[in-house]
Structure formats: C-alpha cells, structure tokens
Design a protein around this ligand. Structure first.
Ligand code: PGA
Length: 239
C-alpha cells in the first residue's frame, strides 16, 4: 500500500488523473471501476481533458459503475449514472457496450447484481478501481456491517449515506443501494483511493490505524498491497 499526501485538492486530483492516464496509455483495453461523488470530480475532468487533448484512443476501454442509488430513475440528476455520463461517458463519446452499469430501477435487484457479476466475469481483468471513502467508512455501498461483502449485492443504506450530498437533501425515492462487493474491488490490479478535506480526517485515521473490520469497510484498504491512497493535508491530519 502506498500513501501519498498532497498539498491540496487540486494537486491530489492532478496526481490521480495522471495515474488514470498512465493506465489507459499502458492498456488501451483497460477496464476501470468508477466511483462517483464530490471527491473524484476534478480528477475525472483532468483525466478526460488530457485523454482528449493527447488523442489517446478510448474506444476499447470499459467503464464499470461502482454503485447506484436504487429507486431513482436512471436519468435523475443525482444518479451515479448521470454523473458518469456527464463527466466521462459523454465527453469521451463512449459506446453503450463500453459501459457496465447497474440499472437504478431494476425489476429484480438481485437479478441485476447477477447480470453485472456475469458481465464483469467476462472481462479479462479489471485494471484499476477508483474509489472514495464515505464519511461512515463505506466503500461504494459496502456499508458498515457485521460481515464482509463479496459479490455485487443489494445494500441497505445507512442514514449517513442517505444524507450524501449527491441526493441534495432528498432521499425519499431511494429505497436501496446496489454495489460491487469487496471481492470485485479487490480483484482490480490497482486500487486508487482518494480522500480530501476535513470531513474525511477522522474516517481516514480510523480506516488506516484502527482494526480491520467490516464495521469500517474502508479498513480493508490496510490489507491491499496494490492500493494507492492519495490524501490532501486536511484528510491526513490525524495520521
Ligand atoms: P464524496 O463521497 O466523494 O462525495 O465524499 C464518497 C463516498 O461517500 O463514498
């Protein structure tokens, strides 16, 4: 595990974008798990800008959505779907077959998890997984729990997650979360985790210095040798 502390959010985002950029340069057929939320937004903007400016081919990439708010229409402004389409899919003009993506209103959510698991199984490998850390220690919608998750699954969301900024104060239509499990995350060749700001200081400290326990899913990062954690000074303040 590598931990880099960067000066600020902009430097952190530049560094993360460079890692994503190298991944695509090294393997134009890379499969990439994409987390959403406020943390990686500038990273994706810089990454996409550079991919386009440097004419790096993206027509063989596969983008995998990490998780989704179950119950919202796919095109709702708060979905992870809308986020990925806005920041990555549309600007890169990707094709639908380059996107492995949970439906947000599946008829049978468990079936949707199976479908995604099967699509991922068909990939040669997952090259990189971009992750944030939730204020409650979640990774994707792997929420604090008594057991570790494995495969994609339907999650019961905590109050903290339902208060996430993405939902802009309205979680009324969100009835579940749907997410990749930790085995899929762990099978990525490289796991890139980002955390910035004072809101993440305590959870970063708990995740890295506390016990490895499913009560704090991000504590699993301690056991991942192929993980790069990029922090700004505020998020790293208690380490
Ligand atoms: P954030 O979300 O990047 O908006 O802080 C991270 C998360 O909740 O997983």
């Amino acid at each position: 595990m590598r931990i880099n502390v960067l000066k600020d959010y902009e430097t952190l985002s530049r560094s993360a974008a460079d890692i994503l950029l190298s991944t695509v340069k090294e393997n134009p057929k890379a499969a990439i798990i994409i987390a959403t939320g406020s943390t990686p937004t500038l990273t994706y903007q810089l990454w996409v800008r550079d991919l386009l400016a440097q004419n790096i081919p993206t027509d063989n990439l596969t983008i995998i959505k990490l998780d989704e708010w179950g119950g919202l229409p796919m095109d709702h402004p708060s979905t992870c779907e809308t986020y990925i389409r806005t920041y990555i899919f549309d600007p890169l003009k990707l094709r639908e077959d380059q996107f492995i993506s949970f439906q947000s209103q599946p008829e049978v959510p468990e079936q949707e998890c199976l479908r995604i698991a099967q699509e991922i199984q068909r990939l040669r490998s997952i090259d990189i997984c971009a992750l944030g850390i939730g204020k409650n220690g979640h990774l994707g919608f792997n929420e604090p729990s008594d057991t570790w998750s494995t495969v994609p699954f339907v999650a019961t969301l905590t109050k903290e997650s339902l208060g996430h900024d993405m939902l802009q104060g309205d979680s009324s239509k969100v009835t579940f979360g749907i997410t990749l499990g930790l085995n899929t995350i762990r099978q990525s060749k490289h796991i890139l985790v980002l955390a910035n700001g004072t809101a993440k200081t305590d959870i970063v400290n708990t995740a890295l210095r506390g016990p490895v326990t499913p009560r704090c899913p991000a504590s699993i990062l301690q056991e991942l040798p192929n993980m790069t954690l990029l922090l700004d000074q505020e998020a790293s303040a208690k380490l």
